[in-house]
Design a protein around this ligand. Structure first.
Ligand code: ADP
Ligand code: GN1
Ligand code: MG
Length: 362
């Protein structure tokens, strides 16, 4: 077992950590809040290298992206120390440490900020839209060829479907028999899953540099103004599509329920929240969208929610090897909320299209 205090001493030169506690609700990396002997706070993260296989490539990407965002923020007269994550450096100058226990990084804690796990105030979702829409425009002139693909085929929904079928076939935990309804739900939507992938492959949809994990809790809001401070969790910034970022944000924020809510009656897809996010997001980046992106945008949340639900179900079948679980059947509960949202979104496709058209025609 690693000694986290020793790990922090690689980064903290003049001070010592006095407290290190688990922090946040991420499913992949291990995050800790560190307090040093002078009262300063930091975030320490252990990178999950089962998932991010190449920590060097990942940290190369994140450095380039944060530098780019700092430049954009400075041009707008913002405080670059608050507008993105800022790394501590080792004596060697590197911004991460690879030890015998794994790969670690430390950030300066962004103070007086909060992140949201469950949507309560529609205005917050409008501002999340502004934050991710602005993030999209910031990355418009970013050189995609300078980035490594940190996880191959990350939002390739068709290839995710093949992974899903493989997990049903293998059925290593003998769980398939209990989730037949969910398996059927996914299979009925097999053809739909190639829609974006095909269009990206044949050039109908452009490749963009995108965030790819635009979950609501990846935006930090300022405590007093309740407006966005920074978009964080930049590990999956890679070539992708605006459709991914728009769709995944809607997945996580256009509902009042938690991602792992067990009472499905509480899982609602809320069009008013959808409208709020679309207004914020498209208000920032509508002008960059192609006609085909606009045409596909109403399907984005269905695709990304279906993909995420299918990934949770796949992991349940595989014996919970990918997403961190905190209780039995946790991934199954998560899959079920996503499928409930997908079904409701499918029933509202025309309304979603109307909302989008309202904001792209401004
Ligand atoms: P994960 O990849 O596990 O989701 P994140 O980088 O999103 O990890 O961090 C998890 C949580 O920690 C975030 O939702 C946020 O609340 C908090 N957090 C992360 N970085 C910072 C930071 N620099 N300052 C303040 N809070 C942070
Ligand atoms: C994971 O790391 P976190 O919790 O922000 C996952 C996303 C999923 C999300 C579902 C690298 O995000 O793709 O949408 O869980 N990240 C990775 O909650 O797989
Ligand atoms: Mg996160």
């Amino acid at each position: 077992m690693e000694n986290l205090f020793e790990i922090t001493s690689l980064f903290l030169k003049d001070h010592k950590a006095v407290s290190i506690e688990p922090y946040g609700c991420g499913h992949i990396n291990s995050t800790y809040i560190v307090i040093s002997d002078n009262g300063e706070k930091f975030i320490l993260q252990k990178i999950n290298t089962n998932i991010f296989k190449d920590a060097n490539a990942l940290m190369h990407n994140v450095k380039l992206v944060t530098n780019h965002i700092k430049k954009k923020s400075e041009e707008l007269g913002r405080n670059k120390r608050r507008s993105t994550i800022n790394f501590l450096h080792l004596k060697s100058g590197k911004h991460y440490a690879i030890t015998e226990y794994g790969a670690y990084r430390m950030y300066y804690y962004i103070d007086n900020a909060f992140s949201i796990e469950k949507m309560e105030n529609p205005n917050h979702f409008y501002y999340a839209g502004v934050a991710f829409g602005e993030f999209a425009t910031f990355l418009n002139d970013f050189d995609a060829s300078s980035l490594f693909e940190t996880i191959k085929n990350f939002h390739n929904t068709a290839s995710r479907y093949l992974d899903f079928e493989a997990s049903v076939d293998a059925d290593v935990k003998d769980r398939a028999k209990d989730v037949q309804k969910e398996i059927e739900f996914v299979r009925e939507r097999k053809d739909f899953m190639s829609l974006f992938v095909n269009k990206l492959q044949n050039g109908e949809l452009p490749l963009r540099v995108t965030h790819n994990d635009t979950k609501l809790n990846n935006v930090l809001f300022d405590i007093s103004s309740e407006t966005p401070v920074a978009v964080i969790d930049l590990d999956t910034v890679m070539p992708g599509s605006y459709l991914y970022d728009f769709g995944d944000a809607i997945r996580s924020g256009a509902t009042h329920a938690a991602e792992d809510e067990q009472n499905l009656d509480l899982v609602d897809f809320d069009l008013e929240l959808y409208d709020n996010f679309a207004r914020g997001y498209l208000g920032q980046c509508a002008e960059s969208l192609t006609q085909e992106e606009i045409k596909m945008l109403p399907y984005a949340s269905i695709m990304l929610t279906l993909e995420c639900g299918m990934r949770f179900l796949t992991d349940h079948l595989n014996g919970d090897t990918y997403f961190r679980i905190r209780r039995e059947n946790h991934n199954l509960d998560r899959a079920r909320t996503q499928f409930k949202l997908v079904a409701e979104m499918e029933n509202n496709i025309d309304k979603m299209r109307d909302i989008i058209m309202k904001y792209v025609n401004k």
